[in-house]
Design a protein around this ligand. Structure first.
Ligand SMILES: [Zn+2]
Length: 354
């Protein structure tokens, strides 16, 4: 709520600088490990980078009243009530870091938890739009106690994200094979790829192009602001032979776009029937699926992939966000491919290869 007030206030600022300042404060609040009242009681708020006196005033107002009179007055004076309402609707179903920390700490043995988790299945390296090498990502994963990762750089259909050509993908496979050799079985990098779902539901990779790929993610990156129904597009993607995971299924982005509208229960039913896992993407701006839709996917019988969508090792922390949504949706570890032992995961990947 506090972060939302700061974002609303940012939107109605006339200067770019103050707009940026309040946005930065909102982001700092969302990333706090502890709830704001605790942070205030501990007296550490003034030392948090990005939160200045003007933002602190808004924060105190929200904590006192449940809303900020300053922000509400500014919105009324700006005449942008419609835009603010639209943006507020784009922020539902998101968890702050403090909420994530609280949810993953609750002891409910029947639901997936951090201790069950053995490795992330969506991440990007310098081979596409990531910031670190595959070796660095593997080391970061090992430091977290994981025993495998799937490296899923973008494929050729997404040039804007540095998508790999087929030849580049082959060279990446060579690098991964060599790296796996050095791990001598202690750790495994799976050769994955994040294929792009075109608007007609087909993928940018098919047939022979998928040779050597061990884990195929299919993800939408276009027509994510369209309000028309796109059930057929998503059904076609799920029915494509060889697809293991439907990644960030909606393609929504906090504060920016709603993502795909579809009859999700039909999509989940089809995914469950074909053994395609549904992803909960833990990137804080995505949180896609969120716990409400994930709950319906659980009811529909789906498997799940809980991933960070990391572009550097620091972002592995986003797996916590995915786990928190899964817990709110009541998902047990047995339904989560990240929690299976490696032979079971490899067997499942083999069974579903196109
Ligand atoms: Zn993506």
């Amino acid at each position: 709520m506090v972060s939302a007030a700061l974002r609303d206030f940012a939107w109605v600022q006339s200067s770019t600088q103050s707009r940026w300042g309040y946005k930065r404060a909102a982001a700092a609040v969302r990333q706090l490990e502890r709830p704001l009242p605790d942070v205030l009681d501990a007296g550490i708020l003034p030392r948090i980078h990005g939160i200045g006196p003007a933002s602190t005033r808004i924060i105190l107002e929200v904590l006192e009243h449940g809303f900020s009179p300053t922000v509400e007055h500014a919105i009324a004076a700006s005449g942008q009530q419609h835009e603010i309402a639209r943006r507020r609707a784009l922020r539902t179903g998101f968890l702050s870091r403090a909420e994530v920390v609280r949810i993953i700490a609750i002891d409910v043995p029947s639901m997936v938890n951090v201790e069950d988790y053995r490795g992330d299945c969506q991440m990007h390296s310098v081979w596409s739009d990531g910031l670190e090498t595959i070796a660095q990502m593997a080391e970061g994963a090992m430091a977290r106690g994981w025993n495998r990762i799937a490296m899923t750089d973008h494929s050729k259909g997404l040039a804007i994200a540095g998508g790999m050509s087929i030849e580049t993908m082959r060279r990446q496979h060579d690098e991964i094979n060599a790296l796996n050799h050095t791990f001598e079985g202690r750790f495994r990098v799976l050769k994955g790829v994040e294929a792009n779902i075109f608007t007609d539901g087909t993928l940018d990779l098919k047939g022979e192009e998928l040779a050597g790929v061990e884990m195929l993610l299919a993800a939408p990156h276009s027509k994510l602001r369209l309000l028309d129904d796109q059930t057929d597009r998503m059904l076609a993607a799920v029915r494509t032979p060889g697809v293991h995971v439907l990644a960030h299924p909606r393609g929504r982005m906090s504060d920016s776009r709603p993502g795909i509208t579809a009859d999700w229960d039909r999509v989940f039913e089809e995914a469950a029937a074909r053994g395609v896992a549904i992803e909960i993407d833990g990137d804080p701006a995505r949180q896609d699926l969120d716990y409400q839709l994930a709950d319906r996917a659980r009811e529909g019988g789906c498997l799940f992939a809980l991933d960070s969508d990391a572009h550097d090792t620091q972002a592995f922390i986003y797996t916590d966000t995915a786990i928190a949504h899964a817990r709110l949706a009541g998902i047990p570890a047995s339904r989560v491919i990240n929690c299976w032992d490696l032979p079971r995961l490899l067997g499942w990947l083999d069974d579903h290869r196109g």
